[in-house]
Design a protein around this ligand. Sequence first.
Ligand SMILES: Nc1ncnc2c1ncn2[C@@H]1O[C@H](COP(=O)(O)OP(=O)(O)O)[C@@H](O)[C@H]1O
Ligand SMILES: [Mg+2]
Length: 413
Amino acid sequence: MRAMTLSPSNHFHPKSQTNNSPRKQSPNGINLNTMHPKPNFNQSNPITTKNIAPLTSFALNSSKTQNFNSANPPLVVVGSANADIYVEIDRLPREGETISAKTGQTLAGGKGANQAACGSKLAYPTYFVGQVREDAHGKLISEALEKGGVNLDHLNTVASVPTGHAVVILQSDGQNSIIIVGGANMSCWPETLSDLDLEVVRNAGIVLLQREIPDSVNIQVAKAARNAGVPVILDAGGIDAALPGDLLSYVDILSPNETELGRLTGMPTDTFEQITVAKCHKMGVKQVLVKLGGQGSALFIEGQEPMRQPIISAPKVIDTTGAGDTFTAAFAVALVEGKSKKEGLKFAAAAASLCVQVKGAISSMPDRKSVLDLLLSLIKTSGERYIARRRPSLLCALITTVKTFDIGDVAST
Ligand SMILES: Nc1ncnc2c1ncn2[C@@H]1O[C@H](COP(=O)(O)OP(=O)(O)O)[C@@H](O)[C@H]1O
Ligand SMILES: [Mg+2]
């Protein structure tokens, strides 16, 4: 078994922190002082094929290790890391009763760790900033993320609480019950985050947050990102509590699923037509990326028509766990690579469609090649349709599309 590779906690070594002298070079070689071209979240991306970058721009990185250098300002995910303890049972035990589970397994999870794993699987340099204890669960998580290529220089260890974990009880009738122990996700964060942790935030291409760590931590991170001109995406999943105005004021894109949006707005969200994000705009968030399960997704930008993205249908849906995390992280990867929002939606839908076809969360997240293969297969399907309809002009257009691998044209077929 490999030795645990957690970095020593910044929190317990205050002397090692340099508040006013930012490092020139992080331990893994990324030049943290380089200015990056940041994606512009305030400009609209008119949906014209002229403006849509070719699919080839989602180039494959042939190397297995991510390229952590100044040309690729990293995706920085700050959030929770959990050990998810799954038990499969026929029925819940009665009070005082002991029953045997049919099976059980423990997997790395937590929304933060899931999204970081996804960013890295999609071959984008990704940092995870979070907390675990040096216990078996902490080791499970750090090994899973490390294996996936996530940079763990800012995974800190705490001593007095356990690594966050969740008991996921799956009953044979399909009912699921979950008990969460917040542990290191919810406790022992320093009142003020270390300059080292904030530095990686300030030098990110995009920062991705969720709600499984204290709001006070998210607020500090989002504020540091905003002050450095780094866009912030907040996935609304996690704690079911009102969103603090402070946090929202630093968020560029808020991403709830339909349930979370319903809670936020108090409005029904059963159909696309019912979706309204006016309350989110009123709360100060200009862009809202709503995930609607089998109904797809839509990006609402204040003052513009919503951009709707249907699902990319999956031949078989095995397990939707992690679909939302995959979608949000894949969208973030597309944007940090400079793709248009429409391309980002398509890329994210393809990644999430692959995710629902495999059991588990991190284990079901696709690699970049699989996502691109799926997008290309859609082009081929469209080509066959055009041939069947004997529409040579459309076929010519399609060939041009295939030549340029234009994801935008795929979106409109
Ligand atoms: N049955 C499905 N088939 C294909 N894609 C799906 C399916 N269910 C979800 N997805 C994709 O996953 C995305 C996120 O799933 P969703 O259920 O909305 O998020 P969450 O997990 O946060 O509830 C959807 O927007 C969609 O693109
Ligand atoms: Mg859902």
